[in-house]
Design a protein around this ligand. Structure first.
Ligand SMILES: [Zn+2]
Length: 542
């Protein structure tokens, strides 16, 4: 075995295999050693002892070094030191339980995958180290120094959701996390800013604490409210306002007339590249088998009930839930599956017409329905066809044999709030149509939409005269009759300078959110051990 990795001055006295363990007995050959205090060389050996550090595993075999260490007398009369132990600064630190190279590797592993993960990974590599030791090594790593950032991003992150929060500080110019703070109080941020003077721009969310902290810690710095959070505030205001006008949304827009469609002459040709589904015959076989099994169980349930067993006893015996047994017995008859989804009811005439023609398979019927605008799954059609074949009658529809007109899905408050706030150029034609349908017949909706778009386009386009336009928008909002919009105007007025910053400056918290995401990932990797010091090590160093 090659042991050339050992320091040149070391002599290998013996290598012993103890089970899986490899033990290397070594000794320093140099006759003179320097005193660590005065650097005087001494050859006067006072005593010996043995150190037992671990080293990197060799071929998955744990390695322990037995280092014969000498204690020397310092012969320099001016030195306070009487005796000293010989040292190998690059190889083995005083009192260390592992060689420097092993400690370095283990702390790097702890940095990347955490204590528990590192412990398991090292086990695979043949090095036995506890998770706690890895974390101790991690804590010992020096944190990187940083120059005070000119543009600082500030955001919060949670240690425990809704309970304890911390603050992450980012150098937005260098794309680097500079520090983590233990809470999200104004005073803590102010103190940090006072300790690190020179920050010129602070990008933050809309939290009042950060605004106050930044103002008192760095009064000369320009504050910027994050655009993402501003859009969030706007959308919230729109949502609240819409909630008070639900009746306007409830009144569904005019149904879109759909031409009555009759059955095509022949099945539609299927494109060859389409992946094959399970065959209809295969599906039917499964359906039939399941039904037979259910029928058998039902008979068993009925028999046991007639014999005077309790519901619970029957459920245990047959292997069904007690509620199912109750339901079956209450119905007095073999329980058939419930009616397939009603979304297919309006296609029932089409399905029946195609079923009447022998050569149509369920797959072809499904394709024909998709052509007519059916958006459901194949399995729904398959079940429906089976249900019709069993002799069931679909409920009558108004316009047989064609399709009934489509009644559009009503939009919810949240969906409409998006229609109000998104860039109109980015809406799909369908979204544009829905928005027009809604606001065209609703003057107040039209006015609010115009007002909101005025504000969002201001944030999106960032014109040079942004602050004047924002001031005039706030005045319009305050003069409006809508309480929610007035409230939005008041909150924007209070944070006016920072919002002007958001309009006129290129900085935002987008990058900060990315760093928070990374922090969360690291935190969750560490299970419950993500204390601030450990988290800081891994976020700043990894
Ligand atoms: Zn000395």
């Amino acid at each position: 075995m090659d042991f050339s990795f050992l320091p040149d001055a070391w002599q290998l006295l013996e290598s012993v295999q103890d089970g899986e363990h490899l033990i290397l007995r070594v000794q320093d050959q140099s006759s003179h050693r320097p005193c660590p205090h005065c650097q005087h060389l001494s050859a006067h050996v006072h005593s010996h002892y043995v150190r037992r550090p671990q080293d990197l595993a060799l071929g998955q075999r744990p390695v322990t070094l037995l280092v014969h260490t000498r204690r020397f007398r310092c012969l320099n009369p001016a030195c306070d030191c009487v005796t000293f132990a010989e040292r190998w600064p690059d190889w083995l630190e005083p009192h260390a339980q592992r060689t420097c190279r092993l400690a370095q590797r283990q702390s790097q592993i702890a940095l990347r995958v955490g204590g528990e993960g590192g412990h398991r990974l090292l086990q695979l590599l043949g090095e036995v180290t506890s998770a706690d030791t890895l974390l101790r090594l991690l804590r010992r790593l020096p944190l990187p120094s940083f120059t005070t950032p000119r543009v600082l991003g500030v955001d919060d992150f949670c240690f425990r959701r809704r309970k304890t929060y911390g603050t992450i500080l980012i150098d937005l110019e260098r794309h680097q996390v500079v520090d983590l703070l233990p809470d999200r109080e104004a005073a803590t941020l102010a103190q940090w800013l006072q300790d690190h003077p020179g920050v010129e721009v602070i990008s933050r969310d809309r939290s009042g604490d950060y605004a106050r902290g930044a103002a008192s810690g760095a009064p000369d710095a320009q504050q910027i409210a994050d655009r993402f959070h501003l859009f969030g505030n706007i959308r919230e205001a729109v949502e609240t306002w819409l909630r008070h006008h639900r009746d306007q949304l409830r009144e569904s827009p005019n149904p879109v007339p759909t031409s009555l469609v009759s059955l095509p002459e022949r099945p539609l040709a299927r494109p060859a590249a389409q992946p094959r589904r399970t065959t209809t015959r295969g599906r039917l076989r499964i359906v039939v088998a399941r039904r037979a099994e259910r029928a058998q169980r039902y008979e068993q349930v009925a028999r046991l009930f007639a014999a005077g067993h309790t519901f619970s006893a029957i459920a245990r015996e047959v292997g069904l839930a007690r509620s199912t047994v109750t339901e079956w017995l209450r119905r007095e008859g073999f329980p058939r599956r419930q009616t397939p989804p009603s979304s297919l009811t309006r296609y029932a005439p089409l399905i029946r017409a195609s079923m009447a023609q022998r050569e149509w398979t369920v797959t072809q019927i499904f394709d024909a329905l998709v052509q007519q605008g059916y958006e459901g799954a194949f399995s729904g059609v398959s079940a429906y066809v089976t249900w019709l074949r069993e002799g069931h009658e679909p409920p009558a529809t108004a316009d047989q044999p064609g399709l009934t007109p489509v009644r559009e899905k009503r939009l919810g408050v949240r969906e409409v709030s998006w229609l109000f706030t998104l860039d109109p150029d980015r809406l799909t034609p369908e979204m544009t149509r829905r928005r027009s349908l809604l606001v065209d017949r609703w003057p107040q909706g039209q006015a609010t939409y115009a007002l909101i778009q005025q504000l969002t386009s201001l944030l999106r386009q960032a014109p040079t005269s942004g602050s004047a336009l924002l001031a005039s928008w706030i005045q319009t909002a305050l003069d409006s009759s809508m309480a929610e919009i007035q409230r939005l105007g008041r909150s924007f007025k209070k944070d006016f300078a920072a919002i002007c910053g958001a309009i006129e400056s290129p900085w935002s918290n987008g990058q900060t959110e990315g760093q928070v995401h990374r922090l969360k990932l690291i935190k969750r990797q560490m299970y419950g051990r993500a204390n601030l010091d450990l988290l800081k090590c891994r976020v700043l160093l990894a």
